[in-house]
Design a protein. Structure first.
Length: 362
């Protein structure tokens, strides 16, 4: 009689043991789940912070390249450091600390950058350098500062055979050709390895105006890159920085050097009886060549260049605010002629990135 009672008592106790065991297991599972969730959340947070820091770094680098894109070709960075020049377009200084520049939201808040600049000691060869600090922000209040050392390119800036900065390109007289007999040929086929364009302008709208005028005059544009927008150049600052003495256009009657003895010359605005020789020619304002043109090198005109005479051929590069051609003419990109001109008068150069390093992160 006692044995069944004991069995009944054991059976009554077994549900409590099972319940207790279940509670212990559930508590262990809850603890493990909470720990897993905490670890997962921590991992996601850490990865999010790392991603935000990387995004801030990329945003800072974008600021550096934006700043490089708005710095004008030149010899040094004096005007840029003084805040008085050195920009491709003074009205759009980009992220640099000038009126109209400053903070740039990219691609949108909270991402953005600003770039400050400071003088840097020259390179070992004496070439000028500056330091650009790009300060960027990203999500999660991430921030990054990246410093770049910027110098000038070793080669002169020569983006096209003919650069008409404003896009005001016009043709008159026998310069207006036909479909079978073009009056003007602009040729950039021999530009390698510089890969220049045949025709350039400082904005897309200006380039389109120049192209329309070329098509209406049946001008021929040759080369792998027929046309391109180019970096703006401050010709007034360039002329003011040179040590060449301004001379009247009458001196051009004697010629500008020669193939074996190229020369650099700076002339006032006016009319010239001819333009013959080799080297570099800088004009303070509008320049008209009424006679023959046979020049190898670089012609920079801070105004309108008008070519009236025949024969007419320019080998190298011609750059002016506006161009008018009134006689059949060939304008051919010639890298050797540009290098020759650069040897007698150092030509403007693009800014180039020399080194990049992290300065601050958070």
């Amino acid at each position: 009689m006692k044995r069944p009672g004991r069995r009944w008592s054991a059976r009554r106790e077994s549900p409590g043991v099972v319940l207790l065991s279940c509670l212990i297991v559930l508590a262990a599972l809850a603890t493990a789940s909470a720990a897993s969730l905490w670890l997962t959340r921590s991992e996601l947070w850490a990865r999010g912070n790392a991603r935000a820091a990387l995004q801030a770094r990329y945003t800072a680098e974008a600021g550096l390249f934006h700043a490089l894109a708005v710095i004008a070709p030149g010899w040094d960075f004096t005007g840029l450091l003084a805040g008085t020049g050195g920009l491709a377009d003074p009205g759009h200084p980009g992220p640099l600390p000038f009126p109209g520049g400053g903070w740039v939201e990219f691609p949108g808040p909270p991402f953005g950058y600003a770039v400050t600049l400071a003088a840097e000691s020259p390179a070992a060869d004496g070439s000028p350098r500056i330091a650009l600090d790009s300060h960027a922000t990203a999500v999660r209040a991430a921030r990054r500062t990246v410093r770049a050392i910027v110098g000038r390119d070793r080669r002169a800036y020569a983006p096209a055979a003919l650069v008409v900065a404003s896009g005001e390109l016009s043709f008159a007289g026998h310069a207006i050709g036909t479909t079978s007999d073009p009056g003007v040929v602009i040729d950039a086929r021999s530009g390698a390895p510089r890969k220049p364009a045949a025709l350039g302008a400082e904005s897309a709208s200006a380039l389109e105006r120049a192209l329309r005028s070329s098509r209406s005059a049946f001008a021929t544009i040759l080369g792998p890159t027929p046309s391109a927008t180019v970096r703006g150049m401050d010709l007034s600052a360039l002329l003011a920085a040179t040590t060449l003495i301004v001379q009247p256009t009458d001196v051009l009657a004697r010629g500008v050097g020669g193939s074996s003895s190229p020369a650099a010359l700076r002339v006032a605005a006016g009319d010239a009886v001819r333009l013959v020789g080799a080297g570099a020619l800088l004009a303070e304002g509008d320049l008209t060549v009424v006679g023959e043109t046979r020049f190898a090198g670089v012609v920079l005109v801070n105004g309108r260049l008008r070519l009236e005479g025949s024969p007419c051929r320019l080998d190298g590069m011609a750059w002016a605010r506006a161009v008018e051609i009134a006689a059949p003419c060939e304008i051919v990109f010639d890298a050797r002629a540009i290098d020759t001109a650069d040897a007698v008068l150092r030509l403007p150069r693009l800014p180039v990135l020399l080194a990049v390093a992290d300065v601050e992160s958070g």
